[in-house]
Structures are given as C-alpha cells and as structure tokens.
Design a protein around this ligand. Structure first.
Ligand code: NAD
Ligand code: ZN
Length: 352
C-alpha cells in the first residue's frame, strides 16, 4: 500500500515541504517525470522548486508506456546524475504514474524492465517515489503494478516494491482534462469496480473499497454535480477502485482491452469502454448502466476498430488476452477454460 497520502484542492503546493526531508545529499537530485501536456505551462512548475541538480524530464503520454522507454529513461538518469536520485516524482495520468513507478524500481534492480513483467519478480525496493495524478480513474496512483508493453506482451510489474511511497491527490490538477478523456479514464475506474465486485476473488477488503468507488461513479456520471465535486469525487473513486483491485483482480474487459492496446495501440480507458460495451453476457446490469452514462455525457464510442485486423494480428490479440490467466480466473472461476475459447474471443473482438 502507499504509505503516505495528502488530499485537497491545492495540495500540490505542499510538494517542496513533503520531499525536502527525503533529499539524500546535494549530489542526489529529485527527478521530476512530467506529462508533456504540462510543458511550457508555468502553472504547474511554479508549484515546486528545483534545487541543486534537480531536473525535469517531460514525457509524452500519446502512447502507452513501453519497457524500452523505461529502460532508456533509467539509462539517461544514471548517465546524468552523480549519485542515485533522491527521488522520482511522477506528475501526470496513468501513463506517467506507471513510468515513474517503473523507473524508480529499475534504478535499483539490474537488467531490463521486461525481466520484471509478471508477479513478484522485483527483488529490491526502488528509490523514493512520489505520484501526483493529473487525471482520475486508473488507480495507478495507488496500485502495486506498473503496466508496460514489452516486446512480447503488455503486462505489469506487479510487486510489493511497486507502489509509490507518497501520493499527492490534488483534484484541481484535473481541471484541464478534456471531456472525452475524463469519461474514458473515469470509466476505467467504474470497470475496475464492476470486475472486482463481480469476480470470484472478491473479499470484504475489496468489496468495501469497490462498493464505495462504484457509488461515487454513479453520482459522478449519472448525477448532477458541480465540476469541483465531480473532480473531487472522481479522484477518490479512482483511489478506492485501485484499492479494490489491489486485493482482488480485474476481469474480462481488461483481458480483452489489453489485447486491443498491445496490437492496435488503443489507449487503456478508451479500449475498456469499447470492450465493455460488448460484454452484456458477463456483466449485464452494469453494461446497461454504462450505456446510460454514455448517453448522459454525450460520448461517441468508436466502432468497427477491428475491421482491418489481419489474421496474425488477431492471433496476437487473442494470445495477449489469454495470457492474463488471473483475470479470467477472477471473472469466471477455476474452470474458465471450459467457457472461453479462441473462437469466442475472436467473435467478441470482431464485433468491436
Ligand atoms: P494517460 O496518462 O494516458 O493520458 C491521457 C491523455 O491525457 C494524454 O494525452 C495526457 O497528456 C493527457 N493529460 C494528462 N493530464 C492532463 C490534464 N490534467 N489536463 C489535460 N490533459 C491531460 O491517461 P490515463 O487514462 O490516466 O492512463 C492510461 C494508462 O494507465 C495506460 O497506460 C494504462 O495501462 C495505465 N493503467 C495503469 C493501471 C495501474 O494500476 N498501474 C491501471 C489502469 C491503467
Ligand atoms: Zn484499468
């Protein structure tokens, strides 16, 4: 679990005070990994000070993070700093949260980040890390995984060393998110709750967080809240949704969505929405609710995205989805292989 967290509109202003005691020495900088969306916007950089050798790396979130990208960032940090950094501060959406977590781990673990895709493979604690989310929904700010695409698959670095040491939850930072992006990333949270609450791994810990986040999502996407309230509540829903899956698992939507993003590069939140819209068989009531949310918020979902997918791409999409065994087991139980075939998955993909 994340050991320290602050919440509140404007709480980003506390960042200098929060990280100051963590500076190891003058040669060990804080490295800020920030979403390139904020480049040239002094509104964000005016909130913190760069001291000694501290520096910023702007990273584009146009594509989902890759193991090769994390390895290159780690190499550049090692080459540019005299000592191991005092800390990695990630500021951005789920993409930047995952990159920052992975970089922090890879600064203290040898080899490529690809070697650590899986469950509990990370051997050493990473350097001190701080997550500052600027979009709400993924729960990446709280989860024990950093999801990366490698040369073979999209799979997280799931470990006890992956969570941030400190998180700053400032809903004001999400004010500039576009409506579509707000919806797609927000639906990631809704779908986390649906998959956790309806899964076989459900337990009281996950259920209590999942129920809370699910109720917040209904308020946010179907109620009539002010913008501030929507931002505040979605930030907490994201946190609770992330906590809910930390102690259980996601399900069918995520397994298929990973296939879409690995082969077609469809971003996670959007991919989840495209997939979820076709999962009446697995989550009938929640798919109906999801469609109400689409209408209420006037969202257009892309259609026919698998129309031009070649046979070999389809095979890779199916392989990616099927490789995520814990997700299927959570969704359908131990005997999931009797219910799911390659043909069935292909039929679902072809409908999208
Ligand atoms: P994102 O980080 O990919 O960003 C989406 C877009 O929003 C980008 O263009 C970005 O520049 C922009 N953006 C970010 N903050 C903004 C702001 N305040 N104002 C305006 N624009 C802003 O989006 P996301 O949906 O948060 O993250 C998706 C990623 O999260 C995927 O890579 C997915 O694999 C990962 N993920 C991780 C976990 C986990 O537990 N680790 C869980 C779910 C998803
Ligand atoms: Zn997700």
């Amino acid at each position: 679990m994340v050991s320290k967290v602050v919440f509140g509109r404007g709480s980003i202003n506390q960042i200098d005070d929060i990280i100051r005691p963590k500076r190891l020495n003058e040669r060990a900088p804080f490295v800020f990994i920030i979403d390139a969306f904020f480049q040239n916007q002094s509104t964000l950089t005016s909130k913190f000070s760069l001291l000694y050798d501290d520096y910023i790396i702007y990273v584009s979130a146009d594509e989902e993070p890759k193991t090769s990208q994390v390895d290159a960032l780690v190499e550049s940090i090692i080459l540019n700093t005299k000592d191991l950094p005092s800390g990695i501060i990630g500021i951005g959406g789920g993409t930047i949260m995952d990159i920052a977590k992975a970089v922090s781990i890879m600064l203290t673990n040898t080899g490529s980040s690809e070697d650590y895709q899986g469950w509990d493979l990370v051997k050493n604690p990473g350097v001190y890390s701080v997550g500052v989310p600027t979009i709400s929904g993924t729960g990446a700010e709280v989860s024990r995984t950093a999801v990366l695409s490698g040369s073979k698959l999209k799979l997280g670095l799931n470990s006890d060393y992956t969570p941030f040491n400190q998180v700053i939850l400032d809903p004001e930072l999400t004010e500039s998110v576009t409506k579509d992006q707000w919806f797609f990333t927000g639906m990631d949270c809704f779908i986390h709750c649906v998959e956790s609450l309806n899964g076989h791994f459900i337990n009281t810990f996950s259920e209590s967080y999942g129920t809370m986040a699910y109720a917040l999502c209904k308020d946010i996407f179907l109620g009539d809240l002010s913008d501030d309230d929507k931002q505040n509540k979605l930030m907490m829903a994201s946190w609770h949704g992330g906590m809910s899956i930390a102690y259980s698992q996601v399900g069918v939507a995520h397994a298929l969505s990973y296939g879409l993003s690995f082969v077609l590069g469809v971003k996670h939140g959007l991919g989840n929405c495209i997939v979820f819209n076709h999962l009446d068989e697995f989550y009938p009531n929640d798919v109906a609710l999801f469609r109400e949310m689409i209408v209420k918020n006037d969202i257009n979902l892309p259609k026919h995205i698998c129309e031009d997918v070649t046979d070999s791409q389809m095979e890779t999409m199916i392989d990616t989805a099927l490789s995520l065994e814990p997700l299927w087991e959570n969704a359908l139980g131990n005997e999931w292989k009797t219910q799911i075939s390659r043909q069935k998955i292909e039929r679902l993909f072809r409908k999208m």
